[in-house]
Every structure is written in C-alpha cells, then in structure tokens.
Design a protein around this ligand. Structure first.
Ligand SMILES: NC(=O)c1ccc[n+]([C@@H]2O[C@H](COP(=O)([O-])OP(=O)(O)OC[C@H]3O[C@@H](n4cnc5c(N)ncnc54)[C@H](OP(=O)(O)O)[C@@H]3O)[C@@H](O)[C@H]2O)c1
Length: 346
C-alpha cells in the first residue's frame, strides 16, 4: 500500500496562510499578498535559497518569486517538490518565474519556459513575466558601464511577438497568468492596446522612498496587480548597484520611529506599508527570523492612517535598480530606460 505523505505542518511560531491577505487578479484568481524573493545576488548559494524556500513554506509563505536568471530554479524545484510531498497541494502555492532578456526571440520562449517548469518540478506556473522590456542581455556581475554588443531600444512589435508566445502558454494551460516587469506607462499603454490576453501583474521597484505614484495608479486603474520588488530598499545589494544619492529606507526617521513604536525592525515596517498600500511585496531573506518577521508584518497590527500618510510623504523618487546595463547606445543616461517624459526613448 502507498504510504500517504505527512500533512504539511506550519511551524508552531509560523503564520496561518489563511490569515495572509490575498489579491484578486482580473481573472478572478487570488494570489497571496506577500511572497518570498529568491534573488540571492552574489551573496548566497542556490542551496541556501532553496533551503529558505522550504523554511518559508513551513512558516506560512505560499508565494515564491523566481526567475531563470537567478540561476537557482533547479534547486528551488527540489524544495517545491518536498513541500508538495509533505502534503501541501500545488493549488495552494503561487509560483512565478520570468523570461530573461536573451530569450525574447519567439522561438526561444517555449523552450526557455519549459526549462523553468522542469527545473521548478511543476506542470504549470501561476505567473510568467517578461523580466525586462529590453532584449539586452548582460553577463552576471558585470560593471554598470558594460553594454551588450547587439543591445537595442524597446521595439514594440518585437515585444508583442514575445508576448504572443506568452499568450500561447496561457492557451496551452502551462501558465495561469502572464505579466510584465520594469515597464513604464508608455510601454504598458501599447501592450494594453495590443494584447489579446491582458497582463495580470506588473512587477516594479516599490519601497517607501520610491513609491512610483503615477505608474502605481496607472497599473491599478488598469486592473493589473503591482508586485513590489526591493520592498525594503534592497539594503544589501551589490556596490555596483549603489550611487551616493540612493535613499536608505530602513534609516528614514519616519520608518525608524514607527519601528520603535511597534518594537520591530524597520525592514518589517516597509513590508507592512507595502501590503497595506496594496502592492504585493516580495522581500528576500534566507534568515528564518527575517522572513518570518516579514510574513508576520502582513498579518499583524496595521499602521495607523497617520503613519500611512507620513510614509506617503517620504517618497524621494529614489530608484535603486537603475538598469544601466540594459542601455543600447553610448552617451545615454539610465533615465532613458524609464520614459520619464512619457515617450519611449529610441
Ligand atoms: N523584477 C525584477 O527586475 C526584480 C529586481 C530586483 C529584485 N526582484 C525580486 O525582488 C526580491 C526582493 O528584492 P531585493 O532582494 O533586492 O531587496 P529587499 O527584499 O528590499 O531586501 C532584501 C534584504 O533586506 C534584508 N532584510 C530582509 N528582511 C529583513 C528583516 N526582516 N529584517 C532586517 N533585514 C531584512 C536582508 O539583508 P540580509 O540578507 O543582510 O539579512 C535582505 O538581503 C528579489 O529577491 C527578487 O525576487 C525582482
């Protein structure tokens, strides 16, 4: 007789996933309003991140933000398999992956997607995103002045050809939702005009010192759920991604004062603000105390209206992940990637 796996138990000090807020997508599907980031940057091994996925599931996380370029989906897959073997149903997990910039060619989409699916040991994904709107690859860890030899600007027809392949993945039942990341209002307008299947989510940098109010409003008004990356202000990102003017969210006096009132780390105030504002934060940590505190932030005492207003006032338009390596010609500034005047730079 086949032995039934033990039911997946939540750690005694964990969070009941039923208490974690959910966001409803335009399809009617519901996604957990907080997920675990899995980009270890240069600091952590795939094994450490896979272990964090397992640990995070055991304290109540049900949403995992993955990507091919993070180089660890093969290890995370083993954790996802173990979680399911432990009795957690696939339908109770939310798994996202992303198509990297060197695989925008329509012929590459299906095989690349299938590699992620195989590595993650799943037979469908909940969400598949185009990681960046530019097909410009760069090798891991390169300096911000590095440029791909064949780098190009955003070319809408080419982006749509990639999008059509994502739509086919939905038609085939291989992915439940498709979406974008690092988009701008100008680019999203074109996509919304031309898509047969509308994006369900847009992943974008969002933290108290970078609130992107216009893009945020545009996305929400369009019925797209914003997923916020670097929700804590990515305090341990590599030096190559830092400039002198970058704000440090967890040192902001308003954030620090609220953290004192609640007796928590400022990082968790950022997470709490994100969930309460309405975006889906995907904080990263491999440390149990940190990822557990981040999840608790989503279910514990909310910030007061006055605190929410005070945090709304600390936006400094401080973009941290500027994307310089995706520029396509000499003499450009990283601002050219972000269509600040409402037109798509060529
Ligand atoms: N779509 C995209 O283009 C894109 C871009 C960037 C990131 N992402 C996604 O977003 C995720 C999160 O972004 P991120 O890792 O750059 O930034 P983040 O989540 O803002 O910051 C992560 C860092 O914050 C610290 N931290 C986390 N929880 C903490 C806590 N409770 N107390 C104290 N410190 C805490 C950790 O530092 P220590 O490790 O030192 O403890 C951790 O490394 C990534 O993992 C990835 O999945 C997507």
């Amino acid at each position: 007789m086949t032995q039934m796996p033990a039911p997946f138990a939540i750690a005694e000090d964990g969070v009941d996933p039923a208490l974690v807020p959910q966001k409803t997508l335009w399809t009617g599907a519901r996604m957990p309003a907080i997920g675990l980031g899995t980009f270890g940057s240069d600091r952590f091994s795939s094994e450490q991140i896979a272990e964090a996925v397992l640990g995070a599931a055991s304290v109540g996380y049900r949403h995992f933000d993955c990507a091919k370029i993070y180089g660890n989906e093969h290890m995370i897959g083993a954790s996802l398999e173990a979680i399911q073997a432990g009795g957690l149903a696939r339908k109770d997990m939310w798994v996202t992956s992303k198509l990297w910039n060197d695989k925008h060619d329509p012929a590459d989409v299906m095989p690349t997607f299938k590699e992620s699916l195989r590595d993650l040991r799943l037979d469908y994904l909940d969400l598949y995103l185009i990681h960046w709107p530019f097909p410009n690859h760069h090798a891991a860890g390169v300096d911000v002045t590095s440029r791909a030899a064949n780098a190009k600007p955003y070319i809408h027809d080419e982006f749509m050809a990639t999008w059509r392949e994502l739509e086919k993945l939905v038609d085939l039942g291989l992915v439940r939702h498709i979406g974008t990341s690092n988009m701008t209002i100008a680019k999203l307008k074109l996509l919304l005009r031309d898509a047969r299947i509308k994006p369900a989510c847009n992943e974008m940098e969002l933290h108290p010192c970078f609130q992107q109010p216009d893009l945020y409003k545009f996305v929400v008004d369009a019925g797209i759920v914003p997923i916020g990356f670097a929700p804590i202000g990515s305090p341990t990102r590599p030096d190559r991604d830092r400039t002198e003017d970058d704000a440090v969210d967890i040192e902001d006096p308003i954030i620090v004062a609220i953290a004192k009132r609640l007796g928590v780390h400022p990082a968790t105030v950022c997470v709490k603000w994100a969930v309460q504002r309405g975006q889906v934060p995907i904080p990263f940590s491999i440390y149990r105390n940190e990822y557990l505190s981040n999840l608790r932030a989503a279910v514990s005492e909310p910030l007061t209206d006055a605190e929410m207003r005070a945090i709304a006032g600390i936006d400094r338009n401080s973009r941290l992940i500027k994307g310089q390596v995706f520029l396509w010609k000499e003499g450009q500034s990283w601002e050219d990637l972000w269509d600040l005047d409402g037109t798509i730079a060529q």
